[in-house]
Design a protein around this ligand. Structure first.
Ligand code: ACO
Length: 703
């Protein structure tokens, strides 16, 4: 990767003397950025570009070339890649558009094949280039003027990435790298993250993602990276329409947003709501010192704004310091009789600039207080004009010692102070929420970096037996398991399935019900009827023989009416499961991330409120417990209104086993244990139904 980020020589194929062309812009940016290596413009028509000697082809360059930038129309790219291979170039950045993003998938695949045959790695196509502070290299066609710094940006969007160059310049953000990944035909986010995590210049990484390819590797890579450096992600496609736009924009499928959101949390990545929030976070994360502990103090001269900040702290999971005696002592010298040293520390509107400064210094000195949220409302008593210098000085004392954020609220002069100080890199904001948000991000990343990553436990599960059941179904061309097959998989997962028998006559049904014990449930068994309830093929809570007789006849009547000619194998008589809290545990093969497990509460919670959580599989017990605790309706499992706590440990066990199965059996596309009834703590779970869908190879389907 050194050859990409710190190349000794770069060939620009498609460099042009015409300053309006992209190839000309790239050469101009390389020269302006102070690139210290050799620039070799390649153009068969002219001898000189921007004062540099040109070459008619890459093979005509005498020196070795580490990196090639391709800026010629799509039709010529493959043969240029071939020539670069002969030349021994290590990396190619293909700026050219017109490949998979517009459906030219084969053309894109071919250039990757040619590159691979020569050992070349490709960034792109359809990218705006790369900036690397390590090489003083701006090989983009952006507006230039990138300042070096500690933030690395990886962007899938070209236009947004280019706009970010301008935005980072105007916000005074320094970059260690800016890489456009475009169509990700070869190099993707994971490759770049693996390099950037070891790059000493990079303090924090910002990812802009539209659609995920190679999600399984991305999850593994991000889980490692976030232990060492904070990663902030902005992913478009949160809304349904947004997801459609993103999918058509990049030609890659935007993964379901709920899955993406949960998996990023699993990896310890901070997901920002907007580009502005992401910028505020990365700027702060790249400059703030690591907190020594989790307790923050709000210092304010206004009660209302202090309450707002308290709300913001709750929203952004910032903990407030609470030892009243230490607080009272720390602020005794500056606190008027009518002020409050409770946190928020309210110096009141009467506080002078000196009082304010003294209070902020008191927090700085106190080791038990770990971060400061400094709020200021413009008042008649304090001289706002003095504030600029005061805040600058305070920040200087804090900057390498303790995290601090400022929020100032007032008229034109205050806005001016904010503008000036922000340009200098002081974390000052107008809005209280905007100020607390980066501190929240710092705390989350601090907690993530200290969190041990859990390896999935070894699970004692007979995967071979499951696969043989799957194989039988697949050989019959069935994309789903029949009830008894799915039930067998349930048992292999360690679940006790309801006692049941498939019966083929009324007498058999009555005998089965007697043997199992009342109440019983009855269900149609037919591979032609998938949605049994819709067909009237289910009867529940049958208490005695007469109800069984009646249900048997009713089920046959309605199923025959619902689907005349359906092949009916019989009627299943099953144990009714004792009521408890109904949950759903599932697993599916996500198109972006591979095997994922899902958990939610049953009924309206999953259907109406979509209150479910996802994790990449396999998953360990701690991860499964976190997953259970992360749904909104979790308190129902802890026991409300005098009910006792439910057996979440048994649910976690099922999740871990199912995750293991999903990761071991790529042919399974969907598993749903629904409902999984959870009983009181210590009493375990019971599964009522297990459904399994599988991928049937095309040639079998067609038979
Ligand atoms: N070897 C060397 N030079 C060549 C070759 C070759 N095989 N083929 C052509 N050239 C020269 C051309 O003669 C020309 O030089 P000239 O100006 O002296 O005549 C130069 O290379 C460029 O070729 P053009 O045909 O003029 O192509 P142009 O510069 O107009 O477009 C480009 C090429 C920019 C790659 C275009 O095809 C393209 O894909 N544009 C979109 C780029 C883009 O948006 N990327 C996506 C990410 S960023 C975002 O989304 C905003």
């Amino acid at each position: 990767m050194e050859r990409l980020f710190n190349p000794r020589s770069v060939a620009v194929i498609g460099a042009s003397a015409d300053s309006k062309k992209i190839g000309s812009r790239v050469v101009a940016n390389m020269l302006a950025s102070g690139y210290r290596g050799v620039v070799c413009p390649v153009n068969p028509k002219v001898d000189e570009i921007l004062g540099l000697r040109t070459y008619p082809s890459v093979e005509a360059i005498e020196a070795d070339v580490d990196l090639g930038i391709i800026s010629i129309p799509a039709a010529g790219v493959e043969s240029v890649v071939e020539a670069c291979g002969r030349k021994g170039i290590g990396y190619l950045v293909v700026l050219t558009s017109g490949f998979s993003e517009i459906g030219r998938i084969d053309e894109e695949r071919r250039i990757v094949e040619v590159a691979r045959a020569h050992g070349i790695r490709i960034l792109g196509p359809n990218v705006f280039g790369i900036y690397s502070a390590a090489g003083s290299l701006d090989a983009t066609f952006g507006p230039g003027g990138i300042a070096p710094g500690r933030i690395a940006i990886i962007s899938q969007s070209g236009a947004l990435g280019i706009a970010m160059i301008g935005k980072t310049a105007s916000e005074g953000l320094g970059l260690s790298a800016l890489v456009s990944v475009g169509n990700k035909s070869d190099l993707d986010e994971s490759d770049l993250l693996e390099y950037l995590v070891d790059d000493e210049r990079t303090g924090v990484i910002l990812l802009y993602i539209e659609g995920v390819k190679g999600g399984e590797r991305l999850v593994r890579t991000l889980s490692d990276v976030t232990r060492r450096k904070p990663v902030v992600v902005i992913k478009s496609g949160r809304s349904r329409r947004g997801a459609m736009a993103a999918a058509s924009h990049t030609g890659s499928l935007a993964g379901a947003d709920a899955v993406f959101d949960d998996l990023m949390r699993q990896c310890g990545v901070l997901r920002a709501e907007s580009v502005q929030e992401a910028f505020d976070w990365v700027r702060y994360l790249s400059s703030a010192p690591r907190p020594a502990g989790s307790e923050a103090v709000i210092v304010t001269n206004g009660g209302g704004i202090g309450v707002l900040a308290t709300d913001a702290c709750e929203q952004h999971h910032v903990k407030l310091y609470d030892d009243q005696s230490v607080l009272a002592e720390a602020f005794a010298d500056v606190m008027p009789a009518f002020g409050s040293s409770k946190n928020p520390v309210d110096l009141t509107g009467q506080a002078t600039a000196e009082d304010y400064e003294q209070a902020l210094d008191a927090v700085l000195r106190e080791d038990r207080m770990h971060a400061t949220i400094a709020l200021y409302c413009e008042t008649a008593t304090a001289d706002s004009a003095r504030f600029e210098g005061l805040l600058r000085d305070v920040y200087e004392r804090y900057r390498n010692v303790k995290p601090i954020v400022f929020s100032l609220f007032g008229g034109g002069s205050i806005s001016e102070v904010i503008r000036t100080l922000r340009a200098e890199g002081v974390p000052v904001f107008e809005d209280v929420y905007q100020a607390v948000s980066p501190l929240g991000a710092l705390y989350r990343s601090w907690r993530e970096s200290g969190r041990e990553r859990e390896t999935a436990p070894t699970v004692d599960l007979d995967v071979a037996a499951v696969r043989s059941i799957l194989r039988d179904a697949s050989e019959e061309g069935r994309g789903f398991l029949l009830a008894h097959e799915a039930g067998r998989v349930g048992e292999l997962l360690g679940l006790t399935m309801p006692a049941s028998r498939t019966t083929r006559s009324l007498d058999e049904a009555v005998n089965a019900a007697e043997a199992i014990g009342y109440p019983v449930a009855m269900k149609i068994v037919s591979k032609d009827i998938v949605h049994k309830s819709d067909a009237g093929g289910v009867a529940l809570d049958l208490e005695d023989e007469s109800e069984v007789v009646e249900a048997y006849q009713a089920i046959l009547r309605s199923c025959r009416a619902h689907k005349p000619g359906a092949l009916i194998d019989g009627i299943e008589v099953a144990e009714m499961i004792r009521p408890g809290v109904e949950t759903i545990v599932g697993a599916r093969r996500d198109p972006s991330f591979g095997p994922v497990v899902m958990f939610g509460l049953g009924g309206i919670y999953v259907e109406v409120m979509k209150d479910v959580s996802f994790r990449a599989a396999p998953i360990g017990t701690r991860g499964a417990n976190e997953m259970i605790a992360s749904i909104r309706s979790y308190p129902l499992l802890l026991g409300v209104r005098g009910e006792s706590r439910k057996d979440t440990g048994a649910v976690a066990d099922v999740i871990v086993r199912l995750g293991h199965l999903a990761s071991q059996c790529p042919e399974i596309t969907d598993v749903e244990i629904n409902p999984l009834v959870v009983y009181d703590h210590g009493e375990g779970v019971r599964a009522v139904d297990v459904r399994i869908l599988l991928d049937v190879p095309k040639e079998v389907k067609g038979r």
